[in-house]
Design a protein around this ligand. Structure first.
Ligand code: DHB
Ligand code: FE
Length: 284
């Protein structure tokens, strides 16, 4: 049977990817952020999963406002890197896992999550930056197949945090019901606090971020009970991306071990964070 072995939460700020692509990670602005990733990166390199399920949001690159699925899962064999206006990032094409993806779709629908299915999808910075945070040096190919699971955090009404947490629980059940012995990592991406436009552009809320960073491990139910308005008010109009961390959290066990975390302000306009958790499985 498949199992979830670890979960990674990380911000997806596009300039984090650009800093890597343009070899600027050792410059004074970026070095502290990338130094903060090192411990997690070393650990993940020693715990390569068979498949990643990457929970993320598209930023109107692959999914326009004509059609806005609240949740969507992509079943294709491969996913090209999107051109967001300045050329494709120089990172490998992403290979999917169509068989596990189809199983997840069926299980989620049977579990009352009537999810949209994407048969074709180009992945933007919301997806490729977390992969680069995970593996800064993939060479010709990412370490394993990756299944995209999309959440609408762009357009009102975004799903509630509670619904995201419940989706994660259903995702965990679906993974554990897959008959092959696959080790699966789940990524929850986006956040932490940031607002890119409007009167409050530049908003950062370290107190809310610290509360979230602590409770994502020990009291996710408290985070799930917050309204979308609370997320937007406290974390900013784009900070609501943090609800995607709850999908990852829901897919994991109740008891999890924190392997590493880091918090850095600013990365561009955003409070950038990483948190890495392992399921506490007997014998490991
Ligand atoms: C920034 C952050 C984001 O989450 C995003 O999607 C785009 C830009 C930023 O801080 O620049
Ligand atoms: Fe974003």
């Amino acid at each position: 049977m498949a199992e979830v072995i670890w979960g990674l939460a990380t911000s997806h700020v596009p300039s984090i990817g650009a800093a890597m692509d343009n070899h600027r990670t050792q410059e004074p602005y970026w070095k502290p952020l990338f130094d903060g990733y090192q411990q997690a990166r070393d650990w993940m390199a020693e715990h390569t999963p068979d498949v990643i399920v990457l929970v993320y949001n598209d930023h109107a690159n692959a999914i326009g406002l004509d059609l806005v699925p609240t949740f969507a899962l992509a079943t294709a064999a491969s996913f090209p890197v999107a051109d967001e206006g300045w050329g494709r990032r120089p990172v490998p094409t992403v290979y999917g896992h169509p068989d596990l993806a189809q199983h997840l779709v069926e299980s989620l629908v049977d579990d009352a999550f009537d999810i949209t299915v994407a048969h074709r999808l180009a992945v933007d910075h919301g997806f490729t930056v977390p992969l680069s945070v995970y593996d800064p040096d993939p060479g010709d190919a990412w370490p394993c197949p990756v299944i995209p699971l999309l959440v609408n955090v762009i357009q009102y009404p975004q799903p509630t945090a509670a619904r995201c947490y419940d989706l994660g629980k259903a995702l965990g059940r679906a993974i554990r019901a897959y008959p092959d012995d696959l080790k699966v990592a789940v990524f929850g991406t986006g956040g932490m606090s940031h607002q890119l436009a409007g009167e409050r552009a530049g908003l950062i809320n370290p107190v809310f971020d610290a509360m979230f960073m602590s409770r994502i491990q020990n009291d996710p139910q408290a985070l799930a009970s917050l309204s979308r308005e609370t997320y937007v008010t406290e974390a900013g109009s784009e900070g609501i991306e943090m609800i995607m961390w709850l999908v990852m959290r829901g897919a994991m066990d109740e008891d999890i071990t924190r392997i590493s975390d880091t918090y850095h302000v600013p990365a561009s306009n955003t409070a950038a964070a990483l948190a890495l958790f392992e399921n506490k499985v007997a014998g490991r």
